[in-house]
Ligand binder design. Sequence first.
Ligand code: CDP
Length: 213
Amino acid sequence: MLIAIDGPAGAGKSTVARELARELGFTYLDSGALYRCVALRSLREPHADPGELAREARIELARSDGAAEPRVLLDGHEVGNAIRTPEVSAAASVLAADPAVRDALLAKQRALIASGDWVAEGRDIGTVVAPQAELKVFLSAEPSERARRRALELGADVETVLAEQTLRDERDRTRQHAPLQRAPDAVEIDTTSLTIGEVVQHIARLAAAARSA
Ligand code: CDP
């Protein structure tokens, strides 16, 4: 079974997807980590062709049952928080508009999810990566609440985070290839005033219903 969770930055995708994977005993796929790894390499090698970087990058996502922050290895080295900086977030969203980058990472994602049970989160899981997903969820929240959450996570100023987030959302939503959008058959959950636990339980109920259908 595959559960696809898409949505904009700060809607709660990562935390929810991780906890849901742990609860269901599924494997968690953080597709954004792939884009972030390519962005990190491209910031280090600004003259390299992004599509080639994406094809060549050896990205390993340690299989995670959601218990801990999954380890991400790029070309054999653990990247840790180096892929979570605002610079990498912005670069990832720019690179994510490049069809050559998307194609390379699409192949990697499809290879990963080919077997087993997954909770996969990102921008285009339900629309492009896994349109066959048994359950699709689109998480949303008010922009100011999303910025508040991300600022807390990063220890950064809310206004700065909100400005960066607005730019990134706009780029993600308006790009030509695989833009951020709700799949027609996705269930939308507005997490603005919900706790992580409430969202996880809501999706777990939807998953149980999808399974028995
Ligand atoms: O955690 P957050 O929502 O801030 O970002 P992320 O999921 O790590 O994704 C970082 C960037 O990668 C996004 O802004 C998108 O531009 C891109 N991305 C994408 O295009 N498609 C995906 N499936 C996942 C991420």
